[in-house]
Design a protein around this ligand. Sequence first.
Ligand code: FES
Length: 109
Amino acid sequence: MPFLPIARSEDLEEGKGRPYTLEGHRLALVRYEGIVYALDDCCPHAKAPIALGPVENGCIACPWHYAEFELATGKVLSGPACESIAAYPVEEKDGIVSVALEPLAPQNT
Ligand code: FES
């Protein structure tokens, strides 16, 4: 699966998420401790946009009911969501962030 350009590095602020669409997929891009992570931007609990949630300790919390997901894997760490979300490989080079739309290994609970 090729890496597809999705964002400019300068648009991703440290400790924040931002929503993007790539080939019809809603993705949350999050920069945390300098690294960019890509996750499905749809909470499995009630479909909230994960990208708008708070980022802390390597996790992002759903903005509606605060289920927490690990940035690196999409693994759900606390409810009310009970399913993990997909995480995708990210490459950042020459000021461009690219994502491969092939999910990393599933993180089912
Ligand atoms: S919509 Fe995400 S926890 Fe409810």
